[in-house]
Ligand binder design. Structure first.
Ligand SMILES: NC(=O)c1ccc[n+]([C@@H]2O[C@H](COP(=O)([O-])OP(=O)(O)OC[C@H]3O[C@@H](n4cnc5c(N)ncnc54)[C@H](OP(=O)(O)O)[C@@H]3O)[C@@H](O)[C@H]2O)c1
Length: 239
């Protein structure tokens, strides 16, 4: 697989997006990483500054910004909100409209492999809003005929969140001291595991053109991601 690829991340300011960006930068397989979002981030690290290009858009008018999605071979979508934060309509708008809009523009602008962070339990037939919208989004994307589409269904994302979500923080504290110690893959997904899996999967051959990866598959993929030193990566790029 060429190491001359350009990646694009939507949702790069979120927890899984941040972990993924770190992974892609450390992995060093991409010549450039485009970041499409609604707010600018001031990176101090030189590698971040050199490798990334931020493109700001108004997601409510996403169709006005096809150029923001131009030039990316691989798209990683980590967008999402919660009902608690945005209300039912707002949740649907972000988790369906914005994601489907981003996928449509990605496809139009030449993206070959689209990665979506969805969720465990996604089901378009569900009676509950969260799994239903997640399932509907997955269905819409599978109908877009990407060369490759990888849908990840993580369990509860384990991370020290920047944003204050008291209930989630409480649940994570309990789970960290109980279930995660005994059966880490059962109901939790550390964001670093998800990021490693997404990165590794990009360079894995002979996978189905459309795939849905449950939590166990995410853990298995993440275990295969080799830690590549900068020197090794440079040697690959020069060969
Ligand atoms: N939390 C969990 O345990 C869990 C479990 C399974 C699956 N998931 C799913 O995994 C995905 C990633 O989750 P996460 O926890 O990494 O997300 P997160 O930290 O909440 O970040 C969400 C990203 O979406 C962007 N976003 C949200 N609302 C937006 C809006 N109105 N306009 C433009 N951008 C918007 C945020 O931008 P700003 O930074 O500008 O707000 C941020 O970059 C989500 O789809 C989530 O549903 C989460």
């Amino acid at each position: 697989m060429s190491t001359n690829l350009t990646a694009l991340i939507t949702g790069y300011t979120g927890e899984s997006g941040k972990a993924l960006l770190k992974e892609l930068i450390q992995n060093n397989q991409f010549k450039k990483i485009i970041l499409v979002g609604r707010r600018h981030v001031e990176y101090t690290d030189n590698e971040y500054k050199e490798k990334t290009e931020q493109r700001l858009i108004d997601f409510a008018k996403i169709d006005d910004y096809p150029e923001a999605f131009h030039g990316a071979d691989i798209h990683y979508c980590c967008l999402g909100t919660t009902r608690g934060k945005s209300g039912a309509e707002g949740f649907r708008q972000v988790d369906f409209d914005y994601i489907v809009g981003a996928a449509r523009l990605a496809k139009q602008e030449g993206c070959k492999h689209f990665h979506l962070v969805s969720s465990q339990g996604a089901d378009p037939q569900s009676l509950f809003l969260y799994p239903k919208v997640k399932g509907q989004t997955e269905t819409a994307l599978t109908q877009m005929s990407f060369e490759r589409l990888s849908i990840y269904r993580p369990a509860m994302l384990m991370v020290d969140r920047t944003e204050n979500r008291p209930l989630e923080n409480f649940a994570q504290t309990i789970i960290r001291n109980t279930v995660q110690r005994i059966a880490p893959e059962w109901i939790t997904t550390p964001v670093e595991v998800l990021a490693r899996a997404m990165c590794f999967n990009t360079f894995t051959k002979d996978r189905p053109s459309t795939e849905i990866l449950d939590n166990h598959a995410i853990f298995r993929l993440s275990e295969q991601q080799p830690i590549q030193t900068k020197e090794q990566s440079q040697a690959t790029n020069n060969s």
